[in-house]
Design a protein. Structure first.
Lengths: 487, 112
């Protein structure tokens, strides 16, 4: 049992908004008796859900598609589109239930499988006591996260993966890696229950009622995911989405092996125009991802929005400058890649830090991710086709740790809200950064080991790679029987 | 009859076509080609990957002419496609054995 006094010692940690996106508590909402939803909040969350869908298709699909050779363009678009569709179906059948119902610290249960018991009046908690949004819109919003996360992985083994391997791997990865991660980071009882239990405790006068109230509070606090309780803060999913996908990508690239001809033949992007369009759509869509993760259309959503603007711009400039200095020319692919690195880095941070902190975080992310995608990748020799590891895992890790530092109110951050105390908790650098590091390590291990097993299973069942002849011919014709361009 | 084949910079095609038209040339065949000579290629960098691009895009021009015209055609192309920079291209002249106009069946000089 997780005790309050332990929590108090950790400052705001465990009680903070560990995972902004996750907040959900049907029970809380029921206890508060039929809440009236705010139409503004509901609308904003509907729009945010659509924005995040746009990030996957066509955003990510075009961003990735432009970077492959023209003979593989459709295969990438197809894989992303398939991932979006299968994730959507699985999400409502059992994914949402596994991620967002109580159960163990690591995974939820099947009580809401097939969305059992959810209707138009069901309430989903936000981060404000007494404010809820329709559970259905929360399900839609979170569905789009389950769609884009596995799609990010596809870039790591683009141009050589069998389509049947993708068809099998994606649902397996969602089930065994993504849903548990989402549960660990985002699931908690919600602000209403915590607040109510804390108030009962405060109102208790004699020892007997105090003990009962304390036990009730402990129980509410214990009803949360493993990393949430550890006190890691992650506003929009740096760990669940980016580190998770980035590590799975690296493991995939290593297990599947290099593209035929890698390092010997040119594999230049066939259309950086497409990549620029896709990257820009990702940026626009990311406002739904980050500011939408606030779950309410409030000032904090506006802060997340602003941070998502400036961190991205600073990262794009950081990449452009370092590339210009290191390679002699500033490239379009570089500035767009830098923007994505900044978006990734600001994802966990956007609701916790201030705009000046966001600029610093973004600028550093642009530079470090450039180094990983050029120097480190070349030195290690792995073939992560579209730099899923260098941008998403590295950017995600920088963001997770940067969030722990920049959340400091002295550095312009907003601090971490303590729902038991009902105020922003005290900030302690080493405690917060250590919590962040622990969350990163858990994510790396969970995703790394779990994904490796799943790749092996898929390899045994259907095989991961196409033949070298098929690779030379191009996946578009071989796997899908069509070509992207007729010229 | 001669076949004059010229490899030129793509953006010099228009000046060459104009100059040859002035000379009375009534047809030519143009192809986009790639190749290298003393100009060599360049390097392209995509994130960490650097590629040496050995073959540069050029335009190949083929004109079939009578023996009398051949020399002036070569001269005209040389002048029109000239930029004085490395990579201007080359002109080759080949003996042409036969020519036929498909529509009429005319041969040789009449077919040009």
């Amino acid at each position: 049992m997780f005790r309050l006094k332990n929590l108090a010692g950790l400052g705001a940690l465990a009680l903070g908004m560990t995972a902004s996106v996750g907040a959900f508590a049907q029970e809380a909402a029921e206890a508060a008796a039929a809440p009236v939803f705010n139409n503004g909040d509901t609308t904003w969350m509907m729009v945010s859900s659509l924005l995040v869908l746009m990030m996957s298709i066509p955003g990510l699909a075009l961003f990735y598609g432009g970077m492959v050779r023209s003979k593989n363009m459709l295969s990438v678009l197809m894989q992303v589109f398939y991932t979006v569709c299968i994730a959507g179906v699985i999400w409502v059948v059992y994914g949402y239930s596994l991620a967002f119902t109580g159960g163990s610290d690591f995974i939820g249960g099947f009580s809401k499988a097939f969305l059992s018991g959810v209707d138009t009046t069901s309430a989903g908690a936000t981060f404000t006591v007494g404010v809820a949004i329709p559970e259905l819109v929360f399900i839609c919003f979170q569905m789009t996260f389950a769609m884009i996360t596995p799609a990010l992985i596809l870039g790591a083994f683009a141009e050589r993966i069998k389509f049947s391997a993708v068809v099998l791997f994606i649902p397996l990865w969602l089930t065994f890696i993504y849903f548990p991660m989402a549960h660990m980071v985002w699931y908690w009882a919600g602000p209403d229950l915590v607040d109510a239990a804390a108030k009962t405790l405060a109102a208790a006068t004699d020892d007997a009622t105090k003990a009962t109230a304390q036990a009730a509070l402990d129980e509410v606090l214990a009803d949360a995911g493993f990393l949430f309780k550890m006190g890691a803060i992650d506003f929009a999913g740096g760990t669940v989405v980016h580190i998770n996908a980035g590590i799975a990508g690296l493991v995939g690239a290593l297990i599947i092996g290099k593209r035929t001809g890698f390092g010997k033949e040119p594999m230049s992007p066939h259309s950086l125009t497409m990549t620029m369009i896709g990257g820009s759509l990702l940026w626009v869509g990311w406002f739904g991802f980050n500011a939408g993760s606030n779950l309410e259309a409030t000032g904090l959503a506006a802060m997340a929005m602003l941070n998502t603007f400036v961190a991205t711009a600073a990262a794009a400039l950081g990449w452009m400058i370092i590339e210009w200095l290191a390679k002699g020319k500033p490239s379009l692919l570089g500035i767009v890649s830098g923007a994505i690195a900044g978006l990734v880095a600001v994802t966990p941070a956007c609701g916790f830090i201030g705009p000046m902190g966001a600029i610093v975080l973004g600028f550093i992310a642009g530079i470090i991710c450039f180094i990983f995608c050029s120097a480190v990748k070349n030195a290690l020799g792995y073939d992560d086709s579209l730099d899923v590891f260098g941008v998403h895992a590295i950017g995600g890790i920088l963001g997770a740790i940067g969030t722990g530092i920049l959340v400091n109110p002295d550095l312009g951050g907003g601090g971490v809200y303590d729902y038991v105390a009902g105020e922003v908790g005290a900030y302690d650098l080493s405690t917060q950064v250590m919590s962040q590091v622990k969350a990163v390590v858990v994510t790396i291990l969970w995703s790394g080991i779990g994904s490796a097993i799943l790749y092996k299973v898929v390899d045994i069942l259907v095989g991961l790679r196409v033949t070298p002849e098929a690779e030379r011919e191009g996946l578009d014709v071989v796997s899908h029987g069509e070509r992207a361009y007729h010229m | 009859m001669k076949l004059v084949m010229a490899i030129i910079k793509p953006f010099m095609l228009d000046p060459v076509r104009e100059a040859l038209t002035e000379l009375g040339i009534q047809g030519m065949t143009v192809t986009e080609v790639k190749g290298f000579g003393r100009q060599k290629g360049h390097t392209e960098i995509y994130r960490g990957a650097e590629y040496a691009i050995d073959f540069l895009p050029k335009t190949k021009l083929e004109v079939a002419v009578s023996d009398e015209l051949a020399e002036r055609v070569v001269e005209t192309i040389q002048k029109a496609a000239h930029t004085d920079k490395i990579g201007d291209g080359k002109i080759f002249v080949i003996d042409l054995l036969q020519a036929v106009r498909i529509r009429t069946g005319e041969t040789n000089a009449d077919a040009l």
